[in-house]
Every structure is written in C-alpha cells, then in structure tokens.
Unconditional design. Structure first.
Ligand code: SF4
Length: 437
C-alpha cells in the first residue's frame, strides 16, 4: 500500500534545503509526496523560530492537525527544526499538542527514519530527541530529494558564533561547523553532472567558513573552476567577514554571480553596537563601494526597524544609508523580541512607532527598487530560465546574473537554458523583456 508524506516548511533557504533532506529520508522508507494533507500518513513540520510571526503561524498550523489525527490514529506527526530546539519548547509543544509523535532538534534530523520505523510498529509512542552539542559532527550523509528546479542548495557550514543580540540562531543551531572542502566540491560536481545549472552555497555566515587552513574564498574559487556553464551564488554574508579577497574571486570568475546579499540591519552606529554586529556604517559603506566595482552588481540586504531604544535619529541614519547604497531590493522587517536573547531584555519601542518606521522604510526602498529597475531598460541580460510564469500567459521567468527576476514570452522547453533577453518594461521589482534572436 502507498504511504504518503506532507512537509510544511517555515523560514529561510536553510530550512527549504533541510526539507529536501527530510523528503529524501522519507522516500528511502517508501513514502511519496502528497500535496493533499488529508491523504498523508506522516506530516512533518520543519519549523523556524527566528521570528515571532513564524512561530505563531506554526503553532496555529499544528493545532489544525488534531482533526486529521482524530480521523486517522495511525497518522504520524513530527515537529523538527529550530523551534523544537529552544529550551523547554519540546515539553511545551507536547503538553499543548499531545498528538505529536516525534520532536527532533536541529542536530538530530538524521535520526528521523529510525524513529519512524519505531512508530510504524507502535504509533502510541512519543519520541523526543533534542540535543545541541557544539562539537557535534555534521551529519550530511542523508539523501536529498531536491525540488528547487534549476537551482541546487549546498550546505557548506552550520551554526553561528556571532551572537547578534536580537538573534536566537546561535542558541538553536549551535556553534559554527564547516564541512570538509572535498565533500562540498564532490557534491557540487555531482549536482552539475545531474544537470543543475545553478548552485547556491548555504550557511548562516558563509564568509566565516573555516576548515583546517581553508577559507570561504578557497571554496568559492574551487567551485567556480569546475567545468561547464553554470551559476554560483552564496548566502548569507556578514559584513564583518566579507572581504576584498572574496570580491576579487567574484570579479575573476564568470561562473560566480555579481549578486551580493549583505545584511546591514541598521544604519546607526549606536544601534549596530547594541546589536553586536561588529562593524560601523562607515566600514559597511566602504565595503559597498568596493562591491560596486563589480560590473552590473545587484546588492540586496536585510534591514530591521524598531530595535530597542532606536531613536528618530537612528532611524534617519538607516534611511540615509539605504539612499546611499541604493539596494536593488531589501528584506525589511520589524524587530520582534526573541526569548533568551540580550535585546529581549532591553527597553522595547511602542508598536505604533515600529509600524510608522517600517512603512517609511518600505516606501523608500520600493522607490529605489523601481529606479534601479528602470536602469535595466534597453539592456540585454543573460537569464537562466527557471520556470513558467503562471501570472502571464505563455511566459517564462528567470534571473539575471545580478539576481533580478525577468518575465518574457516562452514555453517550458526553455527551462534550464541560458537566454539573452532585452529588457523593455519594468514594474517596481519586476523586469519584462523579449528574447534576443
Ligand atoms: S550573524 Fe547574527 S543574525 Fe546572522 S545568524 Fe548569526 S547571530 Fe543571527
């Protein structure tokens, strides 16, 4: 009899790739994917606790599962990922939702198959396996069932040592651990042989990759040298670790995209210090000047408003920095306190002020994004076609080297191909064009 899984993924690209690993493990046990949750024999919540909003949504979604469990007592419900890794979270979850069968921490994901086999024999059981060992070896040897189209994610490191005062990642993902270079290079080569056209190297802070004497610049240069036409991207970078050596490698390789995501978080030195970001706005802007020497580079960022004690002047400094950099786009968000972090104990700002500031920041960034988009008009961009675009008839979409999404006429036979597209229309962050023939 067919058995089905349904995975709900929350959070960042790291989690999206982790769900590919969960799917890979479930498929080795004979499970197949279903989009219809009521058909599932196992439901996995791959959680994220970075933001309050994600956590609230996950709790709501787990609650909805009760009715499926009532209909099918053999249904296995698993909660994995960084939310279950928080201190006391597993106990709280189980108390609130006694129907949960498996709770696994971030370092225990590879144990999933063995626990499912146990549960298939006795579904009344409850298994909790949450441990965070800073020196734990990286268990990468789990199969991935990749669903990200032309792009494949490759983890190069895990965890974070930076302890930004607002962030819970170091507490739930542990200290930095880097994979051996040979394992990374072998995985990238294998994926290119399988036909993937784009590889994204992943880590909480890729620039601080460190394995014996090897650094991130080495990994980037070696991956870029692999034979064939493909694109190499990476995320996420930290301004204190991103450096000239990396910029020079990007400049010297056609395979590495001129697309840098460099989260600034705030434009105020006072707030950057309170955040423990370990750089100043002057240092950041100097780095941006250097990055802008890369041809047609697209620069993106994460920007937070409403950090505790942020004054009107601090916020004005952020707006000023955004105007100076002219990001092609930015992920803007409101600070929300995370239990256990230093910033959560600081004096918080009223919600109304945060709301006003985020609206002003979004308005500014949207206008800059629209201006940057217009600079593409009349240019020809090489685009890697990723998918059809269901919003427009007979259209496909893909990204420029700089990371901008372009829609143009075409059919799915173009997916996975590099094509030259002349840009003839823009709409805020979207570009439109026609294939050059
Ligand atoms: S660098 Fe800072 S924000 Fe990024 S994961 Fe580490 S602690 Fe969190």
């Amino acid at each position: 009899m067919e058995k089905y899984y349904h995975i709900l993924t929350y959070g960042c690209q790291m989690n999206i790739h982790e769900s590919e690993k969960i799917a890979g493990m479930l498929r080795t046990l004979g499970y197949r994917d279903t989009q219809n949750i009521s058909n599932a024999d196992i439901i996995v919540f791959n959680t994220c606790c970075i933001r309050d909003t994600a956590e609230t949504k996950i709790i709501g979604n787990i609650g909805e599962i009760k009715r499926y469990k009532k209909k099918n007592n053999d249904l296995i419900v698993a909660v994995v990922g960084c939310m279950s890794q928080q201190k006391g979270a597993a106990e709280n979850l189980r108390e609130k939702f006694p129907f949960i069968n498996i709770i696994l921490g971030t370092d225990n994901l590879h144990e999933l198959p063995q626990h499912i086999i146990q549960l298939e024999q006795d579904n009344k059981k409850y298994i909790k396996s949450v441990s965070l060992d800073p020196s734990a070896p990286i268990s990468e040897e789990v199969p991935s069932y990749r669903t990200s189209g032309t792009n494949a994610w490759v983890n190069i490191m895990y965890g974070c040592d930076n302890f930004c005062t607002y962030c819970i990642v170091p507490y739930v993902r542990g200290r930095e651990r880097s994979r051996a270079p040979m394992l990374i290079l072998d995985e990238v080569k294998m994926l290119l042989d399988q036909g993937y056209k784009e590889i994204t190297l992943l880590g909480q802070n890729v620039d601080s990759y460190s394995y014996e004497n090897y650094d991130f610049a080495y990994i980037l240069s070696q991956c870029a040298k692999i034979d064939g036409k493909f694109r190499l991207r990476f995320m996420t970078s930290h301004p204190k670790d991103f450096n000239t050596k990396i910029i020079d490698i990007i400049r010297s390789s056609d395979n590495i995209c001129n697309n840098i995501h460099l989260p600034v978080q705030s434009g105020s030195n006072r707030i950057l210090q309170l955040m423990n970001r370990k750089y100043t706005r002057e240092y950041y802007l100097k780095l941006i000047d250097e990055i802008k020497t890369l041809p047609n580079v697209g620069i993106t960022s994460d920007i937070m408003v409403g950090f505790p004690t942020e004054t009107d002047q601090d916020f004005a400094d952020t707006l000023d920095l955004v105007k100076a950099v002219r990001y092609s786009s930015a992920f803007t968000f409101v600070y929300s306190p995370r239990k256990g972090t230093t910033a959560a104990k600081m004096k918080q700002l009223p919600a109304e002020i945060k709301k006003e500031r985020i609206q002003e920041l979004v308005k500014l960034q949207n206008s800059i994004t629209a201006q940057v988009s217009k600079e593409y008009l009349g240019t020809t961009q090489q685009v890697l076609v990723e998918d059809t675009n269901p919003r427009y008839e007979n259209s496909v979409c893909g990204r420029t080297d700089s990371g901008r999404l372009v829609t143009f006429s075409g059919d799915k036979s173009l997916i996975g191909k590099f094509v030259d597209v002349k840009i003839n229309k823009t709409r805020v962050a979207s570009l439109f064009g026609e294939i050059n023939v």
